[in-house]
Write a protein that binds this ligand. Structure first.
Ligand SMILES: C[S@@+](CC[C@H](N)C(=O)[O-])C[C@H]1O[C@@H](n2cnc3c(N)ncnc32)[C@H](O)[C@@H]1O
Length: 309
């Protein structure tokens, strides 16, 4: 197996990341492994445009950035404006990225990048409803233009369905108990906001231990993943990637959840791909010191094999 060495990280935050709304995770490793010089790349989760900017700075011929969050697209557009026509930004869910390539008349690209999960902007803006740290509506949609909100999902699923979501996507050991409390609060008309949801979880499992992880963490993650159909999206992306990355081209995926990492690992073990990271790369200590969000990140990169599709 061909394992690529990564240039050591610098000990300070890259200058391009200071003061931005979302600090890109493992940007240096992504750039090293994507080999962007002269390449046409698709950034499936453009977010605040950090990875895209780094790839363009490293010589990518062009980057097409997708995001399902209209607010992220505004930020990405502003951040990537200086690259002129080399940067293109489109509103789309990445499971449908093939449609975007078809519209642009591109059969294949030289590389695909996906940086999964939520951005700091989404977590930090209370009205998005993704954080249990501030009061906001139970929305949690990344794409605010369509789909079911968290509150609508909670009203639609029964106790059993909610238990399954919490157990599978949140790996919540006390899923049944938490699901029952949430449904009870909902039926009593007492569940409208993020803090109501947090209170329902605390009622089920007790308060946080001092210095421990907030008891609502797993529940919020699970419901957000269900609202945004995150595993379904990833499945669609992995299924289409081998069709649209040219032979010799690269696929890089950053995950923040063990289920997602397992899906990526399995997909990269198929004949279509030659893994370039035998084990997933994780962030170096110096990156963790300025970006705690990188703590759970795993980066896997593979090269498209020269086989018939
Ligand atoms: C972690 S952020 C990306 C940050 C970006 N790499 C940067 O450096 O600024 C993840 C982004 O992916 C977007 N996203 C998540 N799932 C998506 C999907 N299925 N389709 C399109 N965008 C998605 C989110 O809206 C969010 O803006």
């Amino acid at each position: 197996m061909n394992v690529v060495n990564v240039v050591p990280m610098s000990h300070t935050m890259p200058e391009t990341q200071v003061g931005v709304p979302h600090v890109s995770v493992m940007a240096r490793e992504v750039v090293n492994l994507m080999q962007p010089a002269g390449a046409t790349l698709l950034d499936l989760t453009v977010g605040a445009g950090g990875h895209s900017a780094a790839l363009l700075e490293a010589g990518a011929a062009s980057v097409i950035g997708l995001d399902r969050d209209p607010r992220a697209l505004e930020l990405a557009r502003a951040r990537l404006e200086r690259f002129g026509e080399r940067a293109l930004v489109r509103h789309a869910s990445f499971s449908t990225f093939e449609e975007v390539l078809d519209l642009l008349g591109l059969e294949t690209v030289d590389g695909l990048l996906a940086d999964l999960g939520v951005s700091s902007m989404q977590l930090d803006e209370p009205h998005r409803g993704m954080s249990f740290r501030a009061e906001g509506p139970l929305d949690m949609r990344m794409d605010t233009t369509r789909g079911e909100t968290a509150l609508e999902l909670l009203a639609r699923v029964d106790d059993e369905g909610l238990t399954e979501i919490l157990a599978k996507l949140g790996e919540e050991r006390r899923a049944r108990r938490v699901a029952r409390c949430i449904k009870q609060e909902l039926e009593a008309g007492k569940l409208e906001t993020t803090l109501d949801l947090r209170r329902a979880v605390v009622r089920a499992v007790g308060p946080a231990r001092i210095g421990g992880v907030d008891p609502a963490t797993k529940t919020f993650q699970a419901i957000r993943m269900a609202v945004n159909r995150e595993l379904f999206e990833l499945e669609g992306l992995l299924e289409a990637a081998a069709r649209r990355v040219r032979p010799g081209g690269r696929l890089a995926i950053l995950t923040f959840h063990s289920l997602e990492d397992r899906m990526v690992k399995r997909a990269l073990q198929t004949d279509a791909w030659e893994p370039l990271t035998s084990k997933p790369l994780v962030a170096e200590e110096d990156e963790l010191s300025h970006n705690p969000r990188a703590r759970s990140a795993k980066l896997r990169v593979a090269r498209r094999r020269e086989v018939s599709r």
